[in-house]
Design a protein around this ligand. Structure first.
Ligand SMILES: [Zn+2]
Length: 387
C-alpha cells in the first residue's frame, strides 16, 4: 500500500501533538510517511482547531463491528475496519482461550490477512496477541475453560505461525518462565495476566524476563488478577512496582475505576497504555452477542455472561481517550497512552509519534475529542474527508 510516485504530499492544519508532548498549531505534510511537522512561528489562536494526533495502537482487541479474531480472516477484517473508524490505526487481533487447534487456526487467520497486504479501509495489523490458553484455570474471567500448560512444544508451535507479537501468561503455571523466555527470544511482548500468582511469583517472573531483555506488560491490569493490599500486593502491586513493565488498562470506567487508572498512572508514569479488550459487539449498541462461544448480553455499554461475569468490553479507543481526559489527564499525556507507549511496549519504532520518516498513521479529532478523520499509512479511512 504505497502512494503512486510523484504524488504531492497531503497537508493537514491543526494542533499538532509534537514528540516532546506539546500541542502546537501547525502544518503536517505526509504521503505514506510523515514528511514534515511544522509548528507555526507566530502561533495563532488554537481554539476551534482540530487536534492531529499519532494514530491509536490497540494491543488487546478481540473483536468489533460483529467480527471476532476467532472467526478467521473475515472477522479480523471486520474488527480492523470498525476500530479504524474510532481512531485505531494499528492493532493486534487477540485470541481467546479455546481448544488448541482453534487457537492455531485463529493465528493462521491473522497471518493470512497480513500476507494479503492488510485490511483495506482498516487498521494496520502487526501481529496477534495470544491471550490464553496459557492462563490459570482458576482465573478465567470470561475466557472459556480450555487452558493448557505452556510446554516447550506448544510454545514452539504457536511461534511457528510467525505472527505472535504479544502473549499473556500466568506466571505460576509450571514452565511459565521458560515459556516467557522463549517468547521473549522471538521478540514477543510477555504479559502477566489471568493469574492467581502472589506478588513474589510475579516479581521473580518479571525479573527473569527483564534480565533476558524482554519487554513485559500487565494484561488488563486489575482484571482477572485480584486486587492490591498492603500485606498482599498481588500481581497488580508487583507489576506497578516493576520499573520496566508496561501496564494495559481497559479504561471504559466499568472494568477499572477512574481512580484505579490514576493510581496506575501515578505508579507507572510513561508505562500505562490504554486498550479496548473489545469483543465482537463493540460498535453495535446494546443487545445479545457472543464471546468464545458463550452468550453475552450488552446493556448500557456493559457486556456480561449469563452468570454476571464481566465479558470483554464494547470500548473503542476514542472513548478511552475521552475517559482519560475526563479523569483529569492532560490530552498530550492521554494521547501518548494510545500511541507512543503501546508502540514502545511492542518495540515498534516506525510509528507512535508525529515525526518525519514515521508512518503517516494519524487520528484527527474535533475539539470535543470526537474522531473527524483517520489516516492509515497516509490513506484516509472515513469517507467525509475534510482536507
Ligand atoms: Zn482480552
Amino acid at each position: 500500500m504505497t502512494s503512486p510516485p510523484n504524488t504531492p504530499p497531503s497537508t493537514l492544519r491543526g494542533q499538532l501533538l509534537l514528540p516532546g508532548g506539546e500541542l502546537r498549531p501547525g502544518t503536517l505534510s505526509f504521503g505514506t510517511l510523515i514528511e514534515g511537522v511544522t509548528p507555526d512561528t507566530a502561533p495563532e489562536q488554537a481554539g476551534g482547531m482540530h487536534l492531529i494526533l499519532p494514530g491509536f495502537i490497540d494491543t488487546h482487541v478481540h473483536g468489533g463491528g460483529g467480527g471476532d479474531t476467532m472467526d478467521g480472516p473475515g472477522g479480523i477484517r471486520t474488527l480492523a475496519r470498525l476500530h479504524a473508524r474510532h481512531g485505531t490505526t494499528t492493532l493486534l487481533p487477540t485470541t481467546i482461550t479455546h481448544p488448541w487447534e482453534r487457537v492455531l487456526a485463529a493465528l493462521r487467520g491473522v497471518r493470512e490477512v497480513m500476507d494479503d497486504g492488510g485490511v483495506e479501509g482498516g487498521a494496520d495489523i502487526v501481529g496477534a496477541h495470544l491471550e490464553g490458553p496459557f492462563i490459570s484455570p482458576q482465573r478465567l474471567g470470561a475466557q472459556p475453560p480450555n487452558t493448557v500448560l505452556p510446554t516447550p512444544d506448544l510454545v514452539a508451535e504457536v511461534l511457528e505461525t510467525g505472527v505472535v507479537r504479544a502473549v499473556t501468561l500466568a506466571p505460576e503455571l509450571p514452565g511459565a518462565t521458560e515459556a516467557g523466555l522463549a517468547f521473549a527470544r522471538a521478540g514477543v511482548r510477555v504479559g502477566v495476566g489471568h493469574t492467581r500468582a502472589d506478588a513474589e511469583t510475579v516479581t521473580a517472573f518479571l525479573n527473569a524476563l527483564c534480565a533476558a531483555g524482554a519487554r513485559t506488560c500487565a494484561t488488563h491490569l486489575y482484571n482477572a488478577m485480584g486486587g492490591i493490599e498492603g500485606r498482599a500486593p498481588g500481581p497488580p502491586g508487583a507489576l506497578l512496582a516493576d520499573s520496566q513493565a508496561f501496564v494495559e488498562v481497559i479504561l471504559d470506567t466499568i472494568h477499572v475505576h477512574p481512580t484505579g487508572f490514576l493510581l496506575a498512572r501515578a505508579a507507572a508514569p510513561g508505562r500505562v497504555l490504554l486498550i479496548t479488550d473489545a469483543m465482537r459487539a463493540a460498535g453495535l449498541g446494546d443487545g445479545e452477542s457472543e464471546l468464545g462461544g458463550q452468550p453475552v448480553t450488552v446493556r448500557a455499554g456493559k457486556a456480561t455472561l449469563a452468570d454476571g461475569t464481566l465479558a470483554g468490553s464494547v470500548l473503542t479507543l476514542d472513548a478511552a481517550l475521552r475517559n482519560a481526559v475526563r479523569a483529569g489527564v492532560p490530552l498530550p499525556e492521554a494521547a501518548a497512552m494510545l500511541s507512543a507507549v503501546p508502540a514502545a511496549s511492542l518495540g515498534l519504532s516506525d510509528r507512535g509519534r508525529l515525526e518525519p520518516g514515521l508512518r503517516a498513521d494519524l487520528t484527527v479529532l474535533a475539539p470535543d475529542l470526537n474522531v473527524v478523520q483517520v489516516y492509515v499509512a497516509g490513506r484516509p479511512i472515513l469517507e467525509n474527508t475534510h482536507d
